[in-house]
Structure formats: C-alpha cells, structure tokens
Design a protein around this ligand. Structure first.
Ligand code: ATP
Length: 235
C-alpha cells in the first residue's frame, strides 16, 4: 500500500532522514517509535508532500508519489493528521471538520455524510459542533483533528503523536479509537512517544533514531525486545 524506499531528506546541510525504508501493507497498523528529533514528523511531512525528499521513492499503491503536490496526495487517500493538531481555534468544530472535505468539495453530500460518521465515532463532537474548536478540551481537540483527517477519506492515515499532552484516561480512549479506525479498514501509520500503548495495538513497528530506522519487528518481538524495554518501556 505504502512503501518508503531509501528516502533521504535534508534541512539545509542537516540530514533529517537517512535512507529510510519502511512499508505499510493494506489494513496494517504500523507504529513509528523514536525520541524527539528522530525524524518521525519529518517522514510524515515527506510522505504528505510538504517537504521535498533528496533521494529515494515514496510508493503509494504502486506509484512513486514523491513529486506529487499535497492536495493530490490527500485526494488519493493519503492523509496526514499533524502533531499539535493544527486546528483553527476560532472556527466551529463543524467548520474545522468541513475543512477535511476540501479536496472533495464538489461532493458536498459526501462530505456531510463523512462528518456524520465522525459524529458516530466521537458523539461528543456532535454535541459541540457549533462551539469554537479552541474552547474544547485537549482530548476533544485531538478528536476534531482526527475527525478532520477522516473527512478527507483516508486509505492510509498518518497520525503524528495523537496522545501528546492528554490525560491517561483520554489517551486510553484515543488508542481504542485508533484501533477501531484501523479495524474498519484504514491503514494506519502512528508516530508515538507512548510506546507501550502504541505497541499494544500495532501489527508491526519501526524504531527511528537520528534520521535512521534502527529496528523493525512485529508487536510481540518489539514488546519483548530488551533494548526497547529499556529505552521506551521504562524497564
Ligand atoms: P518530535 O516528536 O519532537 O516531533 P520527530 O521524531 O518527529 O520528533 P522531527 O520533528 O522530524 O523529529 O525532527 C527531526 C530533526 O529535524 C530534528 O533534529 C529537528 O530539529 C530537525 N528539524 C525538523 N524540522 C526542521 C526544519 N523545518 N528545519 C530544520 N531542521 C528541522
């Protein structure tokens, strides 16, 4: 479905991604682990066409999309839910969700239906749909951010640190929702600091360090890996 093949990316002279390779097959939930600055967000920005890559291929459904512009990437179903949510705080929840439908704006009815589906997944957002997004709690704002991405109709959803700054109970709900989205057929790439919870719901995971993929494996092998336990699981 998505194959990152030897991708390098530089910010000026600084190499943020160094020949990174990974893949997500259809229906998989893939986790990216790595400390701050490892390059997870940069990889997502590269995949979604925000930062041009220096070398390598980004293969999506068999096509190299490395030179595609972001709107085309989103329209084809590769959707990025960025770190820090990036909502419009002074606009209503509904308007924020509607923005996710921008690339499908000719299909107004379809966008409205997608928003209704988001309300089924996050009933609290239906209640708060007329409130300013900025007035919501952190967890609810994260729901809006994920909801907006879902309105774009992702086949592959790139989720960057959705649990960041949320209370433990909310984090738990967030991971349950991510698992549900994946179970309904969306391939998910999840970058997380919350390693244990993320590994628990994933099929496979990759570990990044300073722009390199240093380890990959399935859920069980990583949950029982001694280096992972020490570095990420607080063992
Ligand atoms: P975090 O969880 O903190 O976002 P990350 O793994 O997502 O960590 P990136 O944000 O991708 O890491 O950053 C990778 C490296 O690239 C870091 O050293 C960061 O300082 C650097 N970097 C990120 N964005 C830029 C930029 N626009 N210009 C220059 N350097 C950048």
């Amino acid at each position: 479905m998505l194959k990152i093949d030897n991708v390098s990316l530089k910010y000026g002279a600084f190499t943020a991604l160094n020949r990174v390779s990974l893949r997500a097959d259809q229906g998989e939930l893939i986790v990216l682990l790595g400390a701050n600055g490892a390059g997870k967000s940069t990889l997502f920005l590269a995949i979604s066409g925000v930062h041009p890559i220096a070398e390598g291929k980004i293969l999506y459904q068999g096509e190299d999309i490395a030179k595609w512009k972001s709107p085309r990437i989103v329209k084809e179903g590769l959707v990025h839910c960025p770190e820090g949510r990036k909502l419009f705080p002074g606009m209503s929840v509904y308007k924020n969700l509607q923005l996710g439908g921008y690339v499908h704006k000719k299909d107004k009815k379809g966008v409205e239906e997608q928003i209704e589906e988001v309300f089924e997944l996050f009933p609290i957002l239906k209640e708060k749909q007329h409130q300013m997004a900025g007035s919501l709690s952190g967890g609810q704002q994260q729901m809006v951010a994920i909801g907006r991405a879902l309105v774009s109709r992702p086949k592959v959803l790139l989720l960057d640190e959705p649990s960041l700054g949320l209370a433990p109970l909310v984090v738990k709900q967030m991971f349950e929702v991510i698992q549900r989205i994946n179970a309904q057929g969306t391939t998910v790439l999840l970058a997380e600091q919350n390693a244990y919870s993320a590994l628990k719901i994933c099929h496979r995971a990759y570990v990044m360090e300073r722009g390199n993929v240093i380890l990959e494996g399935d859920k069980e092998s990583l949950l029982h890996n001694e280096d992972i336990k020490k570095a990420y699981l607080g063992a």
